[in-house]
Design a protein around this ligand. Structure first.
Ligand code: NDP
Length: 444
């Protein structure tokens, strides 16, 4: 039995109640096979994969807080410090009722490779709680965040573990958590990223994931002798990633003709009006029907349908599992050349395979949406220097990072005779750096 299969069996036996974690480990280890087989004996002797799939440590803790009626509520908090071979643990805090150990572990495991790909010194971690900020008052959210940080503050620090936002943890939650950390520890340090600009946040962080997605897409096109100019782009989602992806695509001369939310989608052949989309989604927090009402050229459709529109480039930017095999077939039939993932895991495995087998250039989220965490790492650098860089400085660093990621994953795929398989290239390139660092640091 190969070393990868041996470890997969062991991981399955040990973590049977964590299906998301198993899925992530299987996906990553399967695609690492060529790189691991090339060093099989050494890695087996060092138990490298056993060490890589076992978190350094994980914390699970009680989070008691008082609601507006005076009732005590109790949630469960988590922080999993997965791997710090190349830098302090880094990864977001997810606040959502679905959060459990398996989900945090899967996200923390994936984060190791994404963070490594950025080329910056950040390890992998993830955390959160089964708390839902939706429908809670500001005071309740503050009470939860303070209680959560009272415990979490024992395990994190600017040089050890630097959490960030994720689903349910936005600027408001980061602010409350930062305030509590400062009060408890008595130090002012960059222990969290995604902070407000008035207290250590970085310019471009808001735009980073969407802009980064377009920088890597542009490089992909350029390396295939194409440009963004005049291309028709379809984008799903209407949130942070989708909005700034649309804005940057337009700045590059492309025409973005769709957006979507959880109830319907817009086809706007004149090109999406970003200012109007921001007004509807960021200010009014309304449905996309408001966009269609305000713009003559736009059609609103209920349900899903973005991928049925003829395009040169498709950018899924909404959520996991939103681009299925039938969508992939339609994209191919319509002549789509490239699919790059702004969201995490939006394309199902069979759809990904179909796109790759039919000559569509496909870059997965681990590489294509790494601009967000990369800019978080740039926030850490600014905090350490006690300086703030200009928008242009951060933006040009982000662009360089995304261009480097493209070439890193392209080269890794070529080295293993899999030219154009950017998914494999991303996993291998992310893995190689972490593996080398682990081996150089001995059995720890
Ligand atoms: P937001 O919450 O800002 O936006 C998500 C958007 O997707 C919303 O418009 C939402 O609709 C829509 N949406 C949700 N579910 C569906 C669905 N089933 N079908 C169609 N649309 C849907 O999130 P972000 O933009 O920040 O994140 C989007 C994705 O990108 C996530 O997968 C996230 O993990 C990933 N990501 C984000 C990063 C970041 O920096 N923000 C970094 C790396 C990855 P509605 O308006 O109705 O809620």
């Amino acid at each position: 039995m190969s070393y990868v299969d041996e470890v997969l069996e062991r991981v399955k036996a040990k973590n049977a109640s964590e299906p998301e974690f198993l899925q992530a480990v299987e996906e990553v280890l399967e695609s690492l096979k060529p790189a691991i087989e090339a060093n099989e004996e050494k890695y087996r002797k060092e138990a490298l994969l056993e060490r890589l799939t076992e978190p350094d440590r994980q914390f699970k803790f009680r989070v008691p807080w008082v609601d507006d009626k005076g009732q005590v509520q109790v949630n469960t908090g988590y922080r999993i410090q997965f791997n710090n071979a190349i830098g302090p643990y880094k990864g977001g805090l997810r606040l959502h009722p679905s959060v459990n150990t398996g989900i945090i572990k899967f996200l923390g495991f994936e984060q190791i490779f994404k963070n490594s790909l950025t080329g910056l010194p950040i390890g992998g971690g993830k955390g959160g709680a089964d708390f839902d900020p939706k429908g809670k008052s500001d005071r309740e959210v503050m009470a939860f965040c303070q209680s959560f940080m009272t415990e979490l503050s024992k395990y994190i620090g600017a040089d050890t573990d630097v959490p960030a936002g994720d689903i349910g943890t936005g600027a408001r939650e980061i602010g409350y958590m930062f305030g509590q950390y400062k009060k408890i520890k008595g130090v002012y340090e960059g222990v969290l990223t995604g902070k407000g600009l008035s207290y250590g946040g970085s310019l471009v962080r808001t735009e980073a994931t969407g802009y980064g997605l377009l920088y890597i897409t542009e490089e992909l096109m350029k390396c295939h002798g194409e440009s963004m100019e005049g291309k028709t782009v379809v984008i799903s989602g209407a949130g942070n990633v989708a909005i700034y992806a649309t804005q940057k695509a337009q700045q590059m001369g492309a025409k973005v003709v769709t957006c979507s939310d959880s109830t319907g989608w817009i086809y706007d052949p004149e090109g999406i009006d970003v200012a109007l989309l921001k007004e509807v989604k960021e200010v009014k927090r309304a449905r996309l029907t408001e966009y269609a009402n305000a713009r003559k050229s736009a059609e609103y459709h209920e349900g899903r349908g973005v991928w049925s529109v003829k395009c040169d480039i498709a950018l899924p930017c909404a959520t996991q599992n939103e681009l299925f095999i039938d969508d992939a077939k339609q994209l191919v039939a319509n002549g789509c050349k490239a699919v790059c993932e702004g969201a995490n895991m939006p394309t199902t495995i069979d759809a990904t395979k179909y796109l790759q087998e039919n000559g569509v250039w496909f870059i997965g989220g681990k590489a294509a949406n790494a601009g967000g965490v990369a800019t978080s790492a740039l926030e850490m650098s600014q905090n350490s220097e006690r300086l703030s860089w200009t928008f242009e400085e951060v933006d040009s660093k982000l662009k360089q990072i995304m261009v480097n990621i493209y070439h890193t994953i392209d080269d890794a795929a070529k080295r293993y005779g899999q030219e154009g398989n950017y998914v494999m290239g991303a996993n291998i390139a992310g893995f190689e750096k972490v593996a080398e660092a682990m081996l150089l640091q001995g059995v720890v």
